[in-house]
Design a protein around this ligand. Structure first.
Ligand code: MOS
Length: 731
């Protein structure tokens, strides 16, 4: 099915199942430990062996030689496979760095060997016996230094300009020119990357933890140089990804090579430090923002420049993208510059671009509003736009930033907000802050197969993944709505490369794209049923487990017949994303207390108001948003990968040194979804929400801290050392 005209009324609009607050259908499996994650697949008849990775101890250079003799003789060792033996492998389409193979070292903890043994402990002990001789090259590890030689990236649209920014900025009566920094961040998902590889002749079965089954399968085929059809990939349950599992990773390759060498099924999980230094991270940014405004608050000039770094061949952190779309203003420019860094690969982490971009932009907006002398909510309302400010002929498909700000202000209790540093409760300085949320709504082609059996049970198969988001549940809801059955009559099977290729989980495109694919497959199945019964499919009604045409009504089980029926299709997308700008909007409100003596910040309450099209399931969507808000609290207050700039690696490579908050750190979180639909987005009229929930959160916290203390911190994370010197004297 091709979606190329705005959605009209369709069976989803019945909202008997879709839109209902249904608890996740895989919840019981998860809470009782029966959901099998990658490393847990276990068949008692299979003699699994265990692989332990060896990572490069330098950041840049070459392996001169490796001595594996002691490791090979160690107890229980079945095989040792080194990068030198494997030789340089072809690189997958989605990988920047070499994951394994060859002499060249591109970053610290790049995989250079896997040791396979009877037990995990034996493999780990033997891995420590490998001696490596390196030729080390000087690397570039410091963005502040490397930005001097940063270049315009070759791909994407690094620059944009409209009108005369310089002239308008000079002429503006109120101006802001500030720099902001965001640090390298780690996805820190709970489940580390893990794979089990089983070879049967030249056929490979791989249980793994992947957000994108088909991307992984294609890249694995390229890297192993085997036919894609020979690889069966499964990833039915995933303990978080946040972008860190979008692209094929070393655990899959090491398991595949280890299993081949040991002639045994092999399990490989990346130890936590490898998750940080072997896989990807969100790159640090240095951002400069200039805004010129009239005295009434209207922006006349806005510029956003961002510098970030990556390995050669990598790309920029696209931190300026939201600034092209979020506020009006006739004269504008954005630019991204890319420095070469020999740190581990920088890549997508939840809301890549917008998340760090809004960390800067939404402080800048708070600052310019204060300079103009108007309330920051009013400032954002004054500068709202219903058209793409760079291409005014393009309208937003649906945009309700103003509604989010107004409703949020009323619900949060925005009026009565004091001047910076003016509110005190005992030792605590109290402040509130606001920021806009913005994230583009992307769509990807998505396929599904839907079966109806002789019991009237509907079964969905798609290679879509559920990374903890609720995919199983919203897909079941979609199929139930389309086929007119209750949700307990629907089974959902995900994360298997034998199923139709879906959008996968990423970029907050998963929910809308994948349910649209299921919608398309259900339309096919409905047509098949109608045709079989000799009904005109246009006028057929599916409800209460029956298919009805005029006054004839037949149970679905009967309609299916003994052999059942199948519908399969892929949702493809026409030009509506080109003719209209599709984005999601929101507003974040935060109240903090800052200890007047120590500078310790405590978040007291948070509110998010989201305008993200139809909400397919308010329970799972809310969980996405409160999780994202918590992640934003980490970005604001604690998360930072500390770089050893001499050796070129992230030092705090575990969950003890890299601090992420949990829900218990925030006593009160509230989420409100605007009651809206976006017919331009899909037949579901839904959009993404999982990344929107993160966008702007950190800035709202920074702005609340400023309101509490009068200290403006522009360099994340806002740790107490950055506050303490500026706190008002305590009496
Ligand atoms: Mo998301 S960073 O595309 O998983």
């Amino acid at each position: 099915m091709q979606f190329d005209t705005p959605a009209t009324t369709n069976p989803i609009d019945n909202l008997k199942v879709v839109g209902q607050p249904i608890p996740r259908i895989d919840g019981q499996l998860k809470t009782t430990g029966r959901a099998m994650y990658a490393y847990e697949w276990h068949d008692p008849k299979v003699p699994y062996a265990y692989g332990y990775p060896v990572g490069a101890a330098i950041a840049k250079g070459r392996i001169k030689s490796m001595d594996v003799s002691a490791a090979k003789k160690a107890p229980g060792v079945l095989a040792v496979v080194t990068a030198l033996e494997v030789g340089k492998l072809k690189k997958g389409k989605y990988n920047t760095a070499n994951l394994f193979g060859g002499q060249e070292i591109q970053h610290y903890h790049q995989a250079i060997a896997v040791v396979v043994a009877e037990t995990f402990e034996q493999a780990r002990a033997a891995a420590a016996l490998i001696n490596v001789d390196y030729a080390e090259d000087k690397g570039s590890f410091d963005l502040k230094v490397a930005m001097e030689t940063a270049v315009k990236p070759e791909t994407g649209e690094p620059d944009s300009a409209v009108g005369d920014f310089d002239g308008a900025f000079k002429a503006a009566p109120v101006v802001l020119d500030q720099s902001y920094t965001t640090p390298d961040q780690s996805h820190s998902m709970m489940e580390p990357h893990a794979s089990i590889a089983v070879w049967d002749g030249d056929k490979l079965t791989l249980w793994t933890s992947s957000q994108m089954i088909d991307w992984w399968r294609s890249d694995l085929a390229t890297t192993l140089d085997i036919d894609k059809e020979k690889i069966h990939l499964m990833s039915p349950f995933i303990g978080g990804g946040f972008g860190g599992k979008l692209f094929l990773r070393a655990d899959a390759l090491l398991a595949a090579f280890g299993a081949k060498a040991a002639k045994r099924p092999v399990k490989v999980a990346l130890p936590r430090p490898f998750v940080v230094n072997n896989t990807t991270h969100r790159p640090a940014t240095i951002q400069r923002i200039r805004i010129g405004a009239e005295r009434d608050g209207k922006i006349t000039a806005i510029a956003h420049e961002s510098w970030s770094g990556d390995l050669p061949g990598g790309g920029p952190e696209t931190a300026v993208m939201q600034t092209r779309l979020l506020y009006g203003g006739e004269n504008r420019m954005t630019a991204m510059r890319l420095a070469t860094l020999d740190l581990p690969e920088g890549n997508a982490m939840r809301a890549p671009g917008e998340a760090p971009g809004l960390m800067a932009l939404e402080i800048a907006i708070d600052e310019i509003a204060e300079k103009v002398g108007i309330d920051p909510i009013q400032f954002r309302i004054v500068n709202d736009t219903q058209v793409d400010p760079e291409k005014p002929e393009r309208r937003f498909s649906h945009r309700d930033l103003v509604g989010c700000l107004k409703l949020g202000a009323a619900r949060f209790g925005w009026t009565g907000r004091g001047r910076p540093g003016s509110k005190r409760e005992g030792d605590w300085l109290i402040g509130t802050g606001v920021a806009a949320a913005f994230r583009n709504n992307l769509v990807l082609p998505s396929g599904a197969r839907v079966r109806l059996d002789s019991e009237g049970v509907v079964t969905v198969e798609t290679d879509m993944t559920d990374i903890g988001t609720g995919s199983y549940t919203i897909i079941a809801q979609t199929a139930a709505e389309m086929m007119g059955v209750t949700i307990d009559k629907v089974g959902v099977h995900l994360g298997d490369s034998r199923f139709p290729v879906s959008a996968g989980s990423g970029g907050q495109f998963g929910a809308n794209s994948a349910t649209s694919g299921v919608y398309a497959a259900c339309v096919k199945l409905r047509e098949g049923i109608a045709q079989k019964l000799g009904f005109n499919s246009e006028d057929v009604v599916f409800e209460n487990g029956t298919v009805r045409f005029g006054n004839r009504s037949i149970a679905l089980a009967e309609a299916a017949g003994p052999d059942g029926l199948v519908g399969e299709d892929t949702m493809k997308w026409g030009d509506l994303t080109k003719t209209h700008q599709q984005s999601t909007f929101g507003a974040h409100f935060v109240e903090v207390g800052v200890d007047a003596a120590t500078g310790e910040t405590r978040i007291r309450r948070m509110l998010a108001v989201c305008a993200a099209g139809r909400i397919l399931n308010p329970v799972t969507a809310r969980s996405q948003v409160i999780g994202a808000m918590t992640m934003g609290a980490g970005a604001a207050l604690s998360e930072e990968l500390a770089i050893d700039t001499r050796r070129g690696f992230f030092v705090n490579h575990d969950l003890a040194g890299y601090e992420v908050p949990v829900h218990a750190d925030i006593p009160h979180q509230e989420v409100i979804f605007m009651d809206e639909t976006d017919p331009m987005s899909s037949p579901m009229k839904a959009k993404g929400v999982g990344e929107l929930g993160l966008c702007g959160v950190a800035a709202a916290i920074a702005n609340a801290i400023y309101n509490a203390t009068g200290v403006r911190v522009r360099h994340y994370p806002i740790t107490l050392d950055k506050l303490i010197g500026g706190l008002p004297d305590i009496a």
